[in-house]
Design a binder for this molecule. Structure first.
Ligand SMILES: NC(=O)c1ccc[n+]([C@@H]2O[C@H](COP(=O)([O-])OP(=O)(O)OC[C@H]3O[C@@H](n4cnc5c(N)ncnc54)[C@H](OP(=O)(O)O)[C@@H]3O)[C@@H](O)[C@H]2O)c1
Length: 318
């Protein structure tokens, strides 16, 4: 049991809900949470009032405007502004109210498009970003710099974690806006139900990517929180990657689809490889635990149990 008051911003999201569960399972009963309807984190005055009234001991910042390539490309202003506003409001209010600890969540897209592989933390700002998600990436870089500057200038214990691609329960299964794992789960499931009809997937299948189960990320957040990691930046991933083709075969097997896979080579492949170097967080003592096949199996089970209430994030600006 811990009496510490932890504010989890974004507790309804895929990441925030897993972090909430992790803290609750570990005896944290003083969790502060507020819906985005009641508190829009883009509103500075409301955020300041909320943090000052609640006086949390620590904040986990898992609220953000998140989306795939299409959403980023169509709404660059919202991806830049909303994320800048959320981060600066929450981090500044935390500092002004002497909140002892803050864990900020960014994303591996902060690194340059052509970064050497595997990507080490020091490659930050060493080259141009991927143009489609530069808006989101710049906001996330600003967020981690806010944390670093507060650490440097005031000794604040505000740490930034940069997770690789995540998957798991409560993911977004809207085919227009989703990431690769939920999109494949849904496509294979629907094709299986449709008499094992063929599944068409984007690109050649050759790019390699890294995937981390969201519950492993929640463990990493809990670890960072308990080990008082300093104001640095830490990559969070598995340290290994697989090709999109291998991923498709794994998901096809988990779902039980027995039809053809067609690779639409007219669609872009994106960066050939994106793998994080996780030696820094490994040296600190954290390792992931959930293997990909096991994580995909659990995610598919969750999908089946929640098929009538899946999150479908539509393409929209607000
Ligand atoms: N998903 C991934 O693959 C991935 C990978 C790396 C890093 N991350 C990071 O993990 C964090 C969370 O991502 P996620 O996948 O959990 O996203 P998500 O499922 O879309 O959840 C986002 C959360 O932020 C809240 N939120 C958004 N705008 C808000 C606002 N203006 N005011 C208050 N709350 C707001 C949402 O509330 P509502 O539900 O009420 O809208 C929701 O709780 C992000 O920082 C992201 O960069 C995610």
């Amino acid at each position: 049991m811990s009496e510490r008051r932890i504010y989890i911003a974004g507790h309804t999201g895929m990441v925030g809900s897993s972090i909430l569960k992790k803290f609750q399972e570990n005896g944290y009963n003083n969790i502060i949470k507020e819906s985005s309807d009641a508190l829009d984190l883009r509103n500075q005055a409301d955020v300041e009032h909320f943090i000052s009234a609640k006086q949390p001991d620590a904040i986990i910042l898992a609220a953000a405007r998140v989306g795939g390539i299409l959403a980023n490309d169509r709404y660059p202003y919202q991806f830049l502004y909303d994320n800048l506003a959320i981060e600066s409001n929450v981090i500044n209010a935390a500092h002004k109210n002497n909140v002892e600890q803050l864990v900020f969540l960014g994303s591996s897209c902060i690194y340059p498009k052509q970064a050497p592989q595997p990507i080490r933390e020091e490659y930050l700002l060493s080259g141009p970003l991927e143009p489609t998600n530069q808006w989101y990436a710049i906001a996330k870089i600003a967020g981690l710099k806010l944390c670093q500057s507060l650490h440097k200038q005031y000794g604040r214990n505000y740490v930034s974690l940069m997770p690789t691609n995540l998957y798991g329960p409560r993911d977004n299964f809207d085919l227009e806006t989703s990431h690769v794992v939920p999109a494949m789960i849904r496509k294979f499931h629907e094709a299986m139900k449709n008499g094992d009809s063929p599944v068409t997937l984007w690109g050649s299948g050759s790019p390699k990517r890294e995937f981390l189960h969201v519950n492993d990320l929640a463990e990493a957040v809990f670890f960072a929180f308990n080990h008082q990691l300093d104001g640095e930046l830490y990559n969070i991933g598995t340290g290994s990657d697989i090709s999109i083709k291998e991923l498709a075969l794994l998901i096809q097997d988990v779902v039980g689809h027995d039809g053809d896979i067609i690779w639409d080579k007219g669609k872009p492949d994106g960066t050939p490889r994106k793998l994080l170097d996780v030696s820094k967080i490994h040296s600190a003592g954290w390792h992931h635990r959930i293997q990909l096949k096991e994580g995909l199996t659990k995610t598919y089970e969750w999908f089946l149990q929640n098929i009538d209430g899946l999150k479908m994030r539509s393409l929209q600006a607000n």
